[in-house]
Structure formats: C-alpha cells, structure tokens
Design a protein around this ligand. Structure first.
Ligand SMILES: N[C@@H](CCC[C@H](N)C(=O)O)C(=O)O
Length: 266
C-alpha cells in the first residue's frame, strides 16, 4: 500500500507475523523514487508480540509500527506515519475506528480516528532538552533540542523559510545528537501559526513531518513565552494542527491511502 499525511509519504508493508527479512537495502530500494515505489519511509505493519524489541508493549497495543527511514535506518517515532498506519489498520479491517493504541520504538501512542476524516494522535510530552545550532550554506541557525520520541533541532529563524537551500544535510553537534537529528526551520507568521520546512534524518527534505511540526510548535511557543495552546503548522504538503497541553501534545491532520499493489522485486 502507499499512503501519505500532508504529503509525507510511506510504503505500507503489512506483515502481521513478522516474516519479512526487511534489510536496509530493501527499504532503500522500495523508497527510491525511480528504481522503487518511492517514499519518505516504510511503515512495516507487524503484530507487537512477534517483535522481540516491542513484545513488552503487546498487552497494551496489538500492532507495532516498525518505522524505517528512506535510507533504511530505524526511527523511534513518526507522527504522520502513525496516523497513516492507523488509517491503514481501520481500512483493512484489522482494527475498529475509535481510539487505537499503536506500539512504536518511542512507546505506545494512542490514535483517534473515524472511518473518514482527519486523524489525531496523542504524541506524549515534547521535552525541550537545551539549545544547539544547525549550519546550512555557511549560515548558523540557533534552535531548540526537542525530543518528541525522536530527536529534533527546531530553529525559529523568523524569516521566510522558502529560500533556504535544504538539499544537503545540515551540520549539527554530533555530541548532542549522536544518532542524528531532524532539523526544522520555522517562521512564525501569526498568532499560533508557523511555516515550517524540515530536513529529516535518514530521508532528506520531506514535504511534512509530524514530530517536526510538534517540535516546531514547541519552539515557536517557547519564543512567544507560551507552553500551551493550539498551533497551525504550515508545511509544503499542507497544514497540521498541534495542541500543546500541560501533560501531552496532540497532532491532527489528514492521513490518506492512495494505492495498493504488489512489489515484484521481492
Ligand atoms: N516523518 C516523520 C518522522 C520520521 C522519522 C524521522 N526521519 C527520524 O529519523 O526521526 C514524522 O512525521 O514524524
């Protein structure tokens, strides 16, 4: 299957009993836009109890989102991915609409969805862990290290983000981010509204990033002296809503399945 959330696109690989040997090179080929199907990442759909690293969550969540970036690397969480994952489960008749717990490497996330319409996920708390700097084309951008299950460096640059060259991996402090980092450029454009572009760890520039939208809202709110509130984050692929609460954060937006088929190279 193929699906997307605000044009952050995924190949969805149903494998309930975890029988596929999903190597990094297979993921890379699947995600390649000319030799493969093309996607920002792979959502490997497996029963939690079949995955040794996730089995402890099996009592809480039947399904595990084994998320892979386009370069084949693992990631802890994907905010758009988990919403598309839930849309797939309901559409395939593997889960009922309502509230659906999904296990991820970042912990269990609760997704709320109906048979149609936007999908919301409780992303858990987003924690600010300090400040750091991203370098891009000879410029330095200060940002906040925000953990949303996965690592982010959200830089509020206050200028239009459209002109910045994001075709290369931004430089970052590897001692702070030993596993790499997702870098966001954020421009607040109105009350609780921001425009964001992102360079995703393991995928390059993408048209949206759910965890990145949460990190961006946290960074923009921090600059405005706020910790709670509902933000609209505009991304190249659409718009996401981020609710910052005292205890947790919520991410809402479209999650759409666009195709199904068979990969012949397996
Ligand atoms: N696009 C995702 C994030 C995917 C993982 C990320 N590239 C990482 O390596 O942490 C989202 O919507 O959150």
């Amino acid at each position: 299957m193929k699906g997307h959330g605000t044009e952050n696109d995924f190949v969805i690989l149903p494998d309930p009993d975890n029988e596929l040997d999903l190597s990094a090179s297979i993921v890379e080929t699947l995600c390649e836009r000319r030799r493969g199907i093309g996607a920002d990442g792979v959502l490997h759909v497996v029963r939690t109890k079949t995955v040794p690293e996730a089995a402890a969550m099996a009592d809480e969540a039947e399904w595990f989102m084994d998320y892979r970036n386009a370069d084949g690397g693992l990631a802890e969480m994907c905010g758009n991915g988990v919403r598309v994952f839930a849309r797939y489960l309901v559409d395939a008749g593997l889960a009922e609409p309502g509230e659906l717990p999904i296990a991820t490497r970042g912990g269990v996330r609760r997704v709320r969805l109906a048979r149609e319409g936007d999908v919301t996920v409780d992303m858990g708390p987003a924690r600010i862990l300090g400040e750091s700097v991203a370098t891009l084309g000879g410029n330095e951008y200060s940002g906040l290290h925000v953990e949303v299950g996965n690592p982010h460096l959200a830089c509020v640059i206050g200028d239009p983000v459209g002109q910045v060259d994001l075709s290369h991996q931004p430089g970052f402090d590897t001692s702070r981010f030993p596993q790499g980092v997702n870098v966001e450029l954020v421009n607040p454009v109105g009350p609780r509204r921001a425009v964001m572009r992102v360079y995703e760890r393991g995928s390059g520039e993408t048209r949206s990033c759910g965890t990145g939208a949460v990190a961006s809202a946290v960074a923009a709110a921090h600059l405005a002296g706020e910790t709670t509130g509902t933000w609209t984050v505009e991304v190249p692929g659409g718009a996401l809503t981020v609710e910052l609460g005292e205890e947790t954060t919520y991410l809402s937006g479209p999650a759409v399945l666009v195709a199904s088929g068979e990969w012949l190279l397996a």
